[in-house]
Ligand binder design. Sequence first.
Ligand code: F6R
Length: 607
Amino acid sequence: MCGIVGYTGNRSMDSVLLVGLERLSYRGYDSSGIAIVSEGELSFWRKSGKLHELEEMLKDKTLTGTVGIAHTRWATHGKPNEINAHPHLSHNRKLAIVHNGIIENFHDLRMKLSRKGHIFRSGTDSEVIAHLVEEYLQDDLVTAVEKAVLDLEGAYAIAVIAESDPDKIVVCRSGSPLIIGVGKEENFIASDINAIINHTKDVVYLEDNDIGVVMKNDFYVKKTGGAKVSKEINHISWDPKAAEKNGYPHFMLKEIFEQPMVVRRIISKMISDDKVVLRNFKMSDSKLKKIKRFIIQACGTSWHAGLYGKYLLEKYARILTEVDISSEFRYRQMIMSGNEVVIALSQSGETADTLAGIREAKSRFFNVISFINAKNSTMDRESDDVIYSYAGQEVGVASTKNFTAQLISVYLFTIYLAILKGTISEEQERNMVAELKRLPEYMEQILSQSDEIIKIAEKYYLSKEFLFIGRSVNYPSALEGALKLKEISYIHATGYPAGELKHGPIALIDSRLPVVCIVPKSETYEKMITNIEEVKARKGKVIVIGTYGDEQVKKYADDIIYIPEVSEDLSPALAALPMQLLSYHIAMKLDCDVDQPRNLAKSVTVE
Ligand code: F6R
């Protein structure tokens, strides 16, 4: 989604704000802008397009000032053009704001303010905040922001600077993340630690309805309409280098190649003496044992990992599991008969739909266990228990390493529950863990076939659409393969359970349609072969993801990518890799920006 960064201190504003925006640009990137107060005067620069447009505009300038705020936008209300880019200014142009989120009542507020003579320049919901703060500004910026936010409905993270208070950045959040970065004779604000991690690792997380007042040598936090609150300063342990490409042309490719290392890391964190352990888990084993039903909710790729979880949790832990897309979850009646647990899966820990699902579940007294990658994210803080996916920072907008990390964490959580419940034996656990330990090496074997995958990409990159099919645990793999392809190459792709082909989608098949068939050795193998024959009979182009040495499937394949033989349960964690590489190389052939695909944002913090 949009990204915010702000600075007060002795450095030049452009050195902090432009670098901050650069590090945030994976979140949203249709326009960007900066505002500063220098010698009591407000100046601003905005540009549509990617960040380099703004950098080009500012290349001969050194921006000095007392306070500065900057924004990279992912459009919700109003076209992605310069006029709608942030910062937005008040009517008198003496105050500027940046905003992440959506102001739901902006029409009403805009009408009221227009009647008072405010002239609006943009088509955004955000601009209303600047006018509203101006309306309330008599002598104190903090009070004015406090009054203004009481009028706002919706989700927001806001930063405000004004000529009248040239030494302060006033920030406030409700539903969108915001942090204060604490430095020496300098302080920062940001929507995401990435923006400031190369300057400070000491951060304060703001909660909903917190107002932060940030000055060069000091900061404080108070509740909207309330008193000051003391805040813990958290020290971030991760290395800013993790957010660099390390010689890879794209973050996505780097992250695809990191997957063996991620699996090794999960193994080191979640397995001890060949047994699964859940670290710092608060829910007692006796309570875990009593769970009768899981309701999983997540979005996008995380939802696909949730679908995989259903197969495993039902098969091994014998716990009824439902899976919902978070944005639909809230429209269901959550029927509670006791001993249900809601599971959320999220890489970012900030996805608004998933967070809303967690809050809804908690308001109805469900326990919430979340599988999260980003430590200290809002979901991390609001869930009853958290299992980290240990994927490390994922910068590429298309999720890759976090998907396989989620699959593995769900796999291990299932084993833990199944042992507790006695639905698998200790020997089964040992075998399942032993197989997992071989996975990193298997992944390396797949990644070494990059050249063959490039050839397949070259053959099919001009296709107008793709179909992905799989059965059982590889039905979610088919959905994920299709999502990866469409989001980074803009080729239409659909994932289907292979058995469903004959109920409609088979009508699409002709000699121009590539069909990616995920067909590892498994219980559903023979049925998959039948489905592949159906595709072949209609002249579809068959791209097989199959097991090394499988001669039978080779007969039907126009192209084949091999994965090592593993149990069906772990096959999705291998099948994902060739599909990620295929999508990546197709997108490369089409000259698409894989790390920042059009219209997408890494962390979707609006509903
Ligand atoms: C796809 C992708 C998205 C996310 C979805 C949920 O590659 O990245 O579909 O999976 O927006 O995001 P998280 O997992 O952060 O909740």
